[in-house]
Design a protein around this ligand. Structure first.
Ligand SMILES: [Zn+2]
Length: 369
């Protein structure tokens, strides 16, 4: 039965972009043409994906206007599917490794917070069987799939729903997003994985341009031995995450320390509660600015929360420093424009600069003055 109620809001959100910005055929720059949105049900809850799709704008290129989707999309779910690959892998392992019935699988999924109807479990099981049966013997399918691009970029990934259970290994083509081979393995040694890769290579009518993976040791070795000389790239997400980890840790510590300094906004707010007048208003403005600076998070690794907080706190502190230093009396007579000009000269933001934080009414007094 079709869903009768809307799916709830996605708990997690990810933006995915293609790993490369140049055209795989002509090497010229492609355009980030449009964004696709998908919501996928995973074992960790609903995940919303914003997918940047790039296209080659050059009419003389065979790949002209052919959509190039983010490589990582296929790691989450099959094309056009509502449920993630991790859910499909779990359904398959419950059925075949633990011999559960569809009703039992449905109960297990529901217990894990995956909203699914019993009929869908049957469908997911079918998908699992199809993935498993996905032989490379169907040369016609492969030819049709790969003809447009004339090459493939392989992605290899193992989906393990539970520790100790067999892992569903999926090898797919990043350019089309299509799975090429799926097999359940109890162990994933270098030899096991190399055999899978060789099988794919032998069946493909087109060359393998490169391999993308999460860089697990056995995968690295398997790629090196089965596909010597073919570039193997660590998935950008894992790569960035690993590279940024020390910076992320340092930044998190810095943020914690910074927060200690500005703790206690609430008592100050309470002290001016119900008071009118410019002083109370400016105090409230400052408190609001501090509060929003504290709750405003960065997006690591590229935008560090700690550094952002420091910038914002400095911007809040700057006008009060200026006022304390030069006195506020002569400042009140000035036109706002003149004040902005001086701020620019001094390289400091001021409270009523429209590009900066707005703290209380323009021309108001600094707290404590
Ligand atoms: Zn092109």
């Amino acid at each position: 039965m079709a869903r009768t109620a809307a799916r709830p809001e996605a708990a997690a959100h990810r933006e995915l972009r293609p790993a490369r910005e140049d055209c795989p055929h002509c090497g010229r720059r492609t355009w980030a043409d449009y964004t696709n949105h998908r919501t996928v049900t995973t074992l960790d809850g609903l995940l919303r994906l914003d997918l940047t799709v790039r296209r080659c704008p050059h009419p003389d290129c065979p790949l002209h206007l052919r959509p190039y989707r983010p490589e990582e999309e296929g790691r989450v779910a099959l094309p056009q599917h509502e449920f993630g690959l991790d859910v499909i892998a779990l359904v398959g392992s419950l059925r075949y490794a633990r011999h559960r019935t569809v009703t039992e699988i449905h109960a297990e999924l529901t217990a894990r917070g995956v909203r699914v109807c019993p009929r869908t479990v049957t469908n997911l099981l079918d998908r699992y069987d199809e993935l498993r049966a996905l032989g490379l013997t169907d040369t016609q399918r492969l030819r049709k799939l790969t003809a447009a691009w004339g090459r493939v970029v392989l992605a290899i990934d193992g989906l393990q729903p539970d520790v100790g259970h067999e892992v569903l290994w999926v090898i797919r083509d990043c350019l089309t997003g299509e799975p090429l081979l799926a097999r359940s393995l109890l162990s994933a040694t270098e030899a096991d994985l190399a055999a899978l890769l060789r099988e794919v290579q032998d069946a493909l009518p087109v060359p393998i341009l490169g391999v993308v993976s999460d860089g697990q040791h056995s995968i690295r070795k398997a790629v090196a031995s089965a596909l010597p000389g073919i570039p193997h790239q660590l998935c950008q997400f894992h790569y960035l995450r690993e590279a940024a980890r020390p910076i992320y840790e340092a930044d998190r510590h810095a943020k914690k320390e910074l927060k200690k300094v500005v703790r206690g906004v609430r008592p100050i707010e309470r002290a001016v509660e119900g008071q009118d007048g410019p002083e109370a208003e400016v105090t409230r403005g400052y408190c609001l600015a501090v509060r929003s600076a504290l709750t405003d998070d960065g997006r690591p690794p590229l935008c560090a929360s700690g550094l952002k907080l420091r910038d914002r706190l400095e911007a809040i502190d700057a006008p009060s420093v200026v006022w304390r230093k030069k006195g506020v009396a002569d400042r009140a007579e000035e036109a706002p424009g003149a004040r902005r000009q001086r701020a620019r000269r001094d390289g400091r933001p001021v409270a009523d600069d429209p590009d900066r934080l707005r703290l209380g009414p323009p021309g108001g007094t600094a707290p404590g003055e």
